[in-house]
Design a protein around this ligand. Structure first.
Ligand SMILES: Cc1ncc(COP(=O)(O)O)c(C=O)c1O
Length: 380
């Protein structure tokens, strides 16, 4: 494997991770739902102002919980953007539901709400709104359509913790929303996620689904004398060791976000001239969206230039990467009827997009190197 001087991502310590992990061990509880898990739940519920947050083993698992909670099955349709992560759709296909692939907007790369109505049928049970790079989807329009047609909205907010749409936190709009704490995210515990339950009708069952289909959470609260198998579920709760690591990161959210913001804004400031000269598009963040500084991406003029650009950076020891491949054209997507030309914007942007290194401990000198290398592309 190539060793990069500047990788795409590096995990960072926020400060208290070691101390909290040791404390979890000393407390004698390192399985799920211990002291640190509760503190993460409380912090996220308080900050987001939501009725229930449940840490999960990944965002993927939180999405799978959504499929179970919405009782999706064969014959049901779920509208998902084609420009999305595999598990954004796999979680629902796993329940036997049929994905219906939606195209994205050319500016934010989010689900194109203007084309949504034509994809909705009487069988549509859910619309998945993925906030790409943590820039909000047009939630007013999506929410209005979903309410009018009686469809649940699930927000895949893997990128967008603490981002806002019209002043309101992402992850608080859908009946359910999911978060990721994977190593590449702003706040991480290696592998981890969360389910945000906004519709209180799902709270009790969400606990059951997460606890292997049992009412163990009610038992631990002293509400039942023994716990039993009461529904479908699986083991979606992470070890308290991971929650200890995560709490340290969440508590440092102001420092983490301000560092990422500085990196993001410097890329934008120092690459604007080069981008304009080379016909490269920088990320677009509508004025009514506050982003969480998760991804800095470029849209190169063509796939050939994108590939040459990635090689150019690689030769300089810098790893930049592309992102999602159109889901409707994947081998599984084609089994659900995906065809070339069905989501033209997705097909176009997926072939031209590049993400630059952006992680909490990218130093100013390293970022300077990345900017010089980028600006050196096509300079001669
Ligand atoms: C939009 C989106 N959803 C879900 C996931 C899956 O997250 P996890 O690795 O926590 O399962 C990712 C992964 O990066 C993602 O980008």
């Amino acid at each position: 494997m190539t060793q990069y001087r500047i990788p795409f991502n590096k995990p960072s310590f926020a400060g208290n991770e070691n101390r909290y992990i040791v404390e979890a061990i000393e407390r004698g509880h390192i399985s799920g739902d211990g002291h640190f898990t509760k503190r993460c739940h409380e912090l996220l519920q308080r900050e987001l102002g939501v009725p229930k947050v449940l840490l999960t083993t990944s965002c993927t698992h939180a999405l799978e919980m959504c499929g179970l909670l919405l009782d999706l099955g064969p014959g049901d349709e779920v509208v998902v953007p084609s420009f999305a992560f595999v598990t954004t759709v796999n979680a629902f296909a796993l329940r036997g539901a049929t994905p219906v692939f939606a195209d994205v907007r050319a500016d934010t790369l989010n689900l194109d709400e203007r084309r949504l109505e034509e994809l909705v049928t009487p069988r549509t049970k859910a619309i998945v709104a993925l906030h790409y790079a943590g820039v909000g989807c047009e939630m007013d329009a999506i929410g209005e359509l979903a309410a009018r047609r009686g469809i649940a909205v699930v927000e895949d907010n893997a990128h967008g913790l603490f981002g806002r749409y019209k002043g309101r936190f992402l992850g608080t709009f859908g009946a359910l929303a999911t978060q990721s704490f994977h190593e590449t995210k702003n706040f991480s515990c290696g592998e981890g996620g969360a389910l945000v339950v906004n519709d209180e009708r799902h709270v009790e069952r969400a606990e059951i689904v997460r606890e292997k289909g049992t009412d163990r959470s009610r038992f631990l609260r002293g509400l039942v004398h023994k716990y039993e198998w009461v529904g479908l579920g699986s083991s979606y709760l992470p070890s308290d060791l991971l929650a200890a690591f995560l709490l340290a990161q969440l508590e440092s959210r102001a420092e983490i976000q301000s560092r990422r913001r500085a990196i993001w804004e410097r890329y934008e400031r120092e690459l604007a001239g080069w981008a304009a000269r080379r016909g490269v598009a920088l990320p677009k963040v509508p004025a009514h969206c506050e982003q969480p500084w998760h991804i800095f991406h470029l849209l190169m003029p063509s796939t050939a230039e994108r590939d040459a650009f990635l090689r150019h950076l690689e030769q300089r020891g810098i790893l930049a990467v592309f992102h999602y491949q159109p889901l409707h054209l994947s081998p599984m997507g084609r089994r659900f009827g995906g065809k070339p030309g069905a989501c033209p914007v997705t097909e176009d942007v997926a072939a031209r997009l590049v993400r630059l290194p952006l992680y909490n401990r990218l130093t100013e000198a390293e970022q300077g190197e990345v900017i010089d290398a980028v600006a050196g592309f096509g300079a001669s």
